[in-house]
Design a protein around this ligand. Structure first.
Ligand code: NDP
Length: 277
């Protein structure tokens, strides 16, 4: 029987996941379908009912997108370490009547930076802006790449400190306020993990954090030159990228987890890329 997968979110019309997983399935010759489901926002419990019904009807796995990542995590029977630190799931697997939660956002991000962009993180100075869901998912994969220094700046600094405390003593990481950044020097990699770009805003990051030989990475994708990427370009940063590669890489991780076969990502990234200019 053809195996069933789906992505669930609300709204869901914008999702690229059926296209991405359809291309992966063609390439790896997997007998599977992949649908988009608009999950119910209310009443409480309705989202979990839809997920359970999908599993009970033979569904093998789901991707989860906004605003359901926390609910998906909470309803799971088992959770990976990455999902536990993020407190959020972006992928579920239905296995022997149980729901297993994973979070591949961070590993997809780090893979895009290190493998696709060819920017090794080991011994580098890395600055991440934002301490929301995506930043939570990214923390462990970033620390596993062994940067010399990893700094998280957030408007609400307590949120950044809570994220670091939840990660425990796993590496060299600290939180700071945006106002402190001006005296902290240049970073090899600056990652915008805030949602500011979704509203056309710029996080209050000083231009002094960028290094011309470094990289500026924007998690949002398909938005061309966001204010963050524009600032980086204006101060002469050579490497600038948006999050389309992260999107495809996290999908590839989920696909490999579900199907036991790793798809190629380059052609899919090229197909989905919206030029920055
Ligand atoms: P959250 O809502 O969980 O977190 C938002 C974060 O952005 C918070 O740290 C918040 O700071 C900060 N923020 C919002 N507006 C501003 C602003 N104007 N200036 C400074 N900081 C701001 O969002 P997510 O973590 O889920 O998403 C973050 C980004 O990542 C989005 O652009 C999203 O599209 C993208 N994303 C991309 C993915 C991909 O595959 N490429 C996957 C997942 C997310 P504070 O706490 O101080 O309010």
């Amino acid at each position: 029987m053809t195996d069933q997968y789906a992505v669930i979110g609300n709204p869901i019309g914008h999702t690229k996941s059926p296209l991405i997983h359809g291309l992966f399935a063609d390439e790896t010759k997997q007998d599977m379908t992949y649908a988009a489901i608009e999950g119910p926002l209310e009443p409480e419990g309705a989202f979990a009912d839809v997920v359970r019904a999908f599993g009970a009807s033979g569904g093998k796995g789901m991707n989860v997108t906004a605003p359901f990542k926390l609910k998906a995590f909470a309803m799971a029977d088992e959770r990976s370490e990455r999902a536990s630190l993020a407190g959020a799931a972006n992928a579920l697997k239905f296995e022997n009547g149980r729901i297993v939660a994973e979070n591949f956002d961070g590993i997809g991000l780090v893979r895009d930076i290190e493998v696709n962009l060819g920017v090794p993180l080991e011994a580098q100075r890395v600055l991440m802006l934002g301490a929301g869901g995506a930043a939570r998912g990214a923390l462990l994969p970033f620390l596993a790449a062994r940067p010399a220094e990893f700094v998280i700046a957030n408007r609400d600094i307590a949120k950044a400190n809570a994220l670091i405390a939840d990660a425990g003593a796993r590496g060299s990481v600290r939180a700071c306020a945006y106002g402190d950044l001006e005296t902290m020097g240049r970073y090899d990699l600056v990652v915008n993990a805030t949602s500011a770009s979704l509203t056309g805003d710029l996080p209050p990051v000083p231009p002094t954090v960028f290094s011309p030989e470094g990289t500026a990475y924007e998690l949002a994708y398909g938005k061309r030159l966001t204010p963050f990427l524009r600032l980086a370009r204006n101060v002469g940063v050579r490497g600038i990228a948006d999050g389309v590669g992260m999107l495809v890489e996290q999908a590839a991780e989920a696909f490999a987890w579900w199907r036991g076969v790793r798809p190629q990502t380059r052609a899919v990234i090229d197909r989905l890329t919206v030029p920055l200019d």
